[in-house]
Design a protein around this ligand. Structure first.
Ligand SMILES: Cc1cc2nc3c(=O)[nH]c(=O)nc-3n(C[C@H](O)[C@H](O)[C@H](O)COP(=O)(O)OP(=O)(O)OC[C@H]3O[C@@H](n4cnc5c(N)ncnc54)[C@H](O)[C@@H]3O)c2cc1C
Length: 413
C-alpha cells in the first residue's frame, strides 16, 4: 500500500488498523546470490540499489540488532556536500542530489529540510580558509558562499556575536540541512523489501567459510548461508568483520556522542557549526536542540561516551547561545564511528576476491548514504568500482593517494 493522502484518510476513517507491515521478517534461506552485512543506512541503500539498478533480487541483508540501531539511528541528521577535493565533492553531492529526490523515489517522507548549513567564521585565518573552500567548491560545481556578520545576525538572532568568539561571518551552503535519520533506514528497508530483498534482523555475522581466497558461506547466529558475493557496511565494526575474513583495515573505532535539550519553541532555523567553540547545533521539528562536538579520542567499541566531552559540547553551546544555560539536557548517547587516516571513506574491493566494503565515513556518513549504497551496489554487481568510487579504494593507502578531508569533516576530528 502506497503512503499517500487518500490512503491516509481511508486508514484514518478505519482507525489505522489496515496498514500492512512495512517489511517482512523472513527466515534466512540457505543460499543467496549476494549477502550484505549491516542494516544501517549504507547497507539498506546498497540492498535497494542492487535490486533496483542491477536487478539482483536474490539477496539478503543481515543485521545483528535492529535496522538503524547503529550510527544511522544515532546521528545528528545533518546533511551537506561542502567537501573540498573534486573526488569527495562528486560523491557527497551525488548523495545530496539523490536525497533531494528520495522521498518520492521511496514513497517515504524522509523529512528533508534544506534549511541552510552555516559554518561560523571567528577570525581572519578562518575567513581565508572559508574563501579558499568556497572557491574550490565553485570549481567543483557545488554551491556555497561566504556571508557577512550582519547576515549571520539576521539568520541566527539569538547568537552571541561579540563574545569571546566574535563572529566575523559564515560559510553558508543553502542546500545543507537535516533529514530524519530513521526515516532513511525505514524508507530504504520498505523499498528494498518490495523488490524482494530478504531483510533479516537479529542475525549476527560470526565468520566466513573460505575456499581459494573467496568466501563461499557466511556463518551467522541464525545458521550458515552460502553466497557468491558479500558486501560489508558495518561502520565502526568494519575492522571486526575484516578480521573474520583474514585482513586488516586502516580504520580506528571511536565513540561519537550527541545530546538533545528539552523541547523549546522555534528558535534556531538553520544548522550551525562553530569550529572555534567546538559545537554544532540544530533544532528538531519537536523543538529539541540537537548538539554534537568532538570525538572521544580513545579507541572504543563501548557505544557510550565520557562526561568531559558532554561538558565541552554544552559549554560551547552556551558560549554561542547564552540563553541555552536555562535549558535542561534531556538525553545523550553515542555511536561507534569508523575513522580512516584521511577522513575519507573506503569503497570497493577488499583483499578477498568476492568481498566488497563501504566504510570509513567516520563522523559524516549519514549525509553520504544514498551515494555510498549506490556505489557499493555497483561494485557488488559488476565486480569493479564505479568511476566515482575508484579513488576511494583501499589501494590508495599503499599508493599514497590520500584524499585528506579532515578539515571538511568538521570539528569532530
Ligand atoms: C553521534 C553521532 C552523530 C553523527 N552525526 C552525523 C551527522 O550529523 N551527519 C552525518 O552525515 N553523519 C553523522 N554521523 C555519522 C553517521 O551516522 C555514520 O557515518 C553513518 O550512519 C554510517 O552508516 P552505516 O550504515 O555505514 O553504519 P551503521 O548505521 O552504524 O550501521 C552498521 C550496522 O552494522 C551492524 N553490524 C555490525 N556488526 C555486525 C555483524 N557482525 N553482523 C551483522 N550486523 C552487524 C550494526 O548493528 C549496525 O546496525 C554521526 C554519528 C554519530 C555516532
Amino acid at each position: 500500500m502506497n503512503y499517500n493522502v487518500f490512503n491516509l484518510l481511508w486508514q484514518g476513517i478505519k482507525g489505522h488498523n489496515g496498514w500492512p507491515q512495512a517489511w517482512r521478517s523472513p527466515e534466512p534461506k540457505t543460499r543467496y546470490d549476494a549477502v550484505i552485512v549491516g542494516g544501517g543506512g549504507h547497507g539498506l541503500a546498497t540492498a535497494y540499489y542492487l535490486a533496483r539498478e542491477y536487478g539482483m533480487t536474490n539477496i539478503a541483508l543481515l543485521e545483528k540488532g535492529w535496522l538503524g540501531g547503529g550510527n544511522t539511528g544515532r546521528n545528528t541528521t545533518n546533511v551537506r556536500s561542502d567537501y573540498m577535493f573534486p573526488e569527495s565533492a562528486a560523491v557527497y553531492d551525488m548523495a545530496l542530489r539523490l536525497y533531494e529526490g528520495l522521498g518520492k523515489d521511496l514513497n517515504y517522507n524522509i523529512m528533508l529540510s534544506q534549511r541552510g548549513w552555516l559554518t561560523l567564521i571567528h577570525d581572519q585565518h578562518q575567513m581565508e580558509s572559508a574563501r579558499h573552500k568556497a572557491n574550490w567548491l565553485q570549481c567543483n560545481g557545488v554551491d556555497g558562499e561566504i556571508i557577512g556578520a550582519d547576515k549571520v545576525r539576521e539568520m541566527l538572532p539569538g547568537m552571541e556575536m561579540n563574545g569571546r568568539y566574535p563572529v566575523r561571518g559564515a560559510f553558508l551552503q543553502k542546500r545543507g540541512g537535516t533529514i530524519r535519520h530513521d526515516a532513511v533506514a525505514w524508507g530504504y528497508a520498505r523499498a528494498a523489501d518490495r523488490l524482494g530483498v530478504d531483510i533479516i534482523q537479529n542475525c549476527e555475522v560470526q565468520g566466513f567459510d573460505m575456499a581459494d581466497g573467496k568466501i563461499v558461506a557466511v556463518n551467522t547466529s541464525r545458521g550458515r548461508i552460502e553466497t557468491d558475493r558479500v558486501g560489508v557496511a558495518t561502520a565502526g565494526h568494519s575492522g571486526v568483520i575484516a578480521e573474520m575474513a583474514g585482513f586488516r583495515l586502516p580504520i580506528t573505532s571511536h565513540c561519537l556522542q550527541a545530546m538533545v535539550s528539552e523541547p523549546v519553541k522555534p528558535f534556531l532555523n538553520h544548522v550551525v557549526i562553530s569550529p572555534g567553540t567546538g559545537v554544532y547545533i540544530n533544532q528538531t521539528q519537536k523543538g529539541e536542540m540537537v548538539m554534537g562536538g568532538v570525538l572521544d579520542l580513545y579507541h572504543s567499541y563501548g557505544q557510550r561516551g565520557t562526561f568531559p566531552t558532554i561538558e565541552k559540547v554544552i559549554t560551547s553551546a552556551v558560549e554561542m547561545f547564552p540563553t541555552f544555560s536555562q535549558m535542561r539536557l534531556m538525553r545523550h548517547w553515542a555511536g561507534i564511528v569508523d575513522i580512516s587516516p584521511d577522513s575519507s571513506p573506503i569503497l570497493g574491493q577488499t583483499p578477498v576476491e568476492n568481498m566488497f566494503i563501504n566504510c570509513g565515513w567516520g563522523t559524516g556518513g549519514f549525509k553520504a548514504i544514498p551515494a555510498g549504497g549506490y556505489l557499493l551496489a555497483h561494485c557488488i554487481a559488476k565486480g569493479s568500482p564505479h568511476e566515482l568510487a575508484a579513488p576511494f579504494g583501499l589501494n590508495r593507502f599503499r599508493e599514497n593517494r590520500l584524499i585528506d578531508e579532515g578539515a571538511a569533516a568538521g570539528i569532530a576530528h
